[in-house]
Design a protein around this ligand. Structure first.
Ligand code: GAP
Length: 492
């Protein structure tokens, strides 16, 4: 049976083998920021590619986009982020530590009430919060908290070199808004017709009050988001479609079924724009094994496109406010909003509507962590511990490693030729140092599915040993057949 990974095992393996490092480590590190090392960069790229393949490449009804991180400030006024994107926090009167209200443990029950990534601040602030039994996570004091207040999550920055034309901008807290802002551009420049989706992968930033568990919750992270536009009335059916698609994506990439589940949001948990929302949750090995959100799938209705139509109508006020978002309110919607720039004319139905949106929104770093945790295993082989990552071939950072058994008798030359040939198609690694057993172990720990060894027999019959990571079974394959063998086995 696979061993249940502890987060410490994963963190230590990631550091030791160059998957993930603390950012700016030579200067003591920057809290909650991480850098992906050589193996991690490959792994994360494979996660991105697997998402893109499933959500864009394999579908006829989704196109891709790659928007800038900095966007016009009115985007965030219209989307609601400028006014509402905040966490409800409280400060411990004893030690001054600021904590998210939904992260506080209750001394009576020992549980936190955390559900969502971020909340609708108006709904949350209106809700009564009993902090009497809550424990400060920093100093352990019970029930000594200030009244809950909003803490804004968007990072601000300044654009422009001259004093009189600098403008306050925000680092995007989600990639979704770039998609809504380009809805008309995509309609006008391609042949897409509703129902269709626009997908993008990119960095997002949130000044999270509490960061958590390695790369699980950080202040800079990557999202993979799809906004799927459909005719109102068909939204529930598309919601079910994407729920299933996204769940199956994780399973097909090797996540164990018992570690994955859906969790529907309660009506009082729903964001102000959402008609329905479900989280895909993974059983992370934090604490005693916590179910935590991997991805959210929301029915965002026509909220965003209609809000941006209001944003466009408010642009004169924006100029008059000289760029101060706090001085403006969004104008009401035009009565003929169905003729607005972000409405859609359905030629087949001869009908105008603002499309509804189904949004599967995944975290690339968070799913990378889930794939690492799920693949991690330890077993005893001939009295020694073997650590391995049982990655699905599509995710494995290195697909094949090539070794000469020893550094003599022409074996390195043959191995190098095989390596040079394979690397044109697969991420391949060449290693001739140390005992071959140790080289196998190093590749097991990196999650490499196949190791190819050139040995004494190779010169006699032109065959090599191909060893499979999980079973450690070895087969002899003709050198001319190695590439085809790997292509079939890896299904790439
Ligand atoms: N556009 C919708 C949206 O952004 P979200 O639930 O706030 O929804 C979607 O974020 C996903 O992004 C989450 O399920 C999570 O995987 C990832 N995510 C959000 N905040 C994160 C953070 N601080 N660190 C790492 N991943 C995060």
């Amino acid at each position: 049976m696979a061993k249940l990974a502890k987060l410490d095992d994963i963190v230590s393996l990631c550091r030791r083998r160059g998957f993930i490092f603390q950012s700016s480590e030579i200067y003591g590190g920057l809290a909650s920021c991480y850098d992906y090392g050589p193996l991690g960069a490959e792994l994360k790229r494979n996660v991105r590619n697997a998402w893109w393949k499933h959500v864009v490449q394999m579908r006829d009804d989704v196109v891709g986009l790659d928007c800038s991180i900095l966007m016009h400030p009115m985007v965030w006024k219209a989307s609601g982020h400028a006014d509402k994107f905040a966490d409800l926090v409280t400060v411990c009167k004893k030690c001054n530590t600021r904590t998210r209200v939904d992260h506080l443990q209750d001394s009576r029950e020992g549980t936190a009430e955390e559900h969502t990534e971020h909340v609708d601040i108006e709904t949350e602030a209106a809700r009564p919060h009993d902090l009497a039994g809550k424990v400060c996570p920093a100093c352990g004091t019970v029930g000594q908290f200030t009244p809950p207040m909003a803490f804004k999550l968007m990072f601000e920055t300044q654009m422009g070199a001259n004093v009189d034309d600098t403008m306050t901008l925000y680092l995007r807290p989600e990639t979704a808004q770039g998609i809504f802002a380009n809805f008309r551009n995509v309609l006008d420049s391609t042949r897409v017709k509703v129902p269709f989706g626009i997908a993008q992968i990119g960095k997002s930033f949130r000044n999270e009050v509490t960061t958590k568990a390695f790369i699980f919750r950080t202040r800079e992270f990557e999202q993979a988001e799809l906004e799927f536009f459909c005719k109102p009335g068909t939204d529930e059916q598309w919601y079910e479609h994407w729920k299933q698609q996204r769940f199956d994506w994780y399973l097909n990439l090797g996540i164990k079924k018992e570690n994955l589940r859906f969790r529907d949001h309660d009506p009082d948990e729903l964001a102000h724009y959402a008609k329905a929302c479900v989280d895909v949750e993974y059983k992370f090995p934090f604490g005693s094994g916590d179910w935590q959100e991997l991805e959210g799938i929301a029915n965002r209705t026509d909220y965003d496109l209609r809000q941006h139509q209001r944003g466009i109508r408010t642009m004169n006020d924006w100029y008059e406010s000289k760029g101060d978002l706090t001085k403006i309110s969004l104008k009401a919607e035009s009565e003929d909003y169905l003729k607005g720039p972000l409405a859609y004319f359905d030629e087949e139905a001869r009908e105008r509507y603002v499309p509804y949106v189904i949004e599967p929104s995944a975290g690339v770093d968070r799913s990378t962590l889930a794939f690492l945790v799920d693949a991690y295993d330890e077993e005893e082989v001939k009295g020694e511990q073997r650590n391995l990552l049982r990655f699905s071939p599509a995710l494995a950072p290195v697909k094949a490693a090539v070794f000469p058994l020893v550094k003599k008798d022409g074996m390195p030359d043959i191995a190098m030729n095989i390596y040079n040939d394979l690397k044109k198609q697969f991420t391949t690694f060449y290693d001739e140092k140390g005992a071959v057993g140790r080289r196998y172990r190093r590749q097991d720990e990196a999650g490499t599915p196949y190791c190819i060894t050139v040995d004494g027999q190779t010169k006699k019959d032109n065959t090599v040993t191909v060893r499979e990571r999980d079973s450690m079974e070895q087969a002899r394959v003709n050198i001319d057949q190695v590439k085809t063998f790997l292509r079939e086995k890896l299904d790439l």
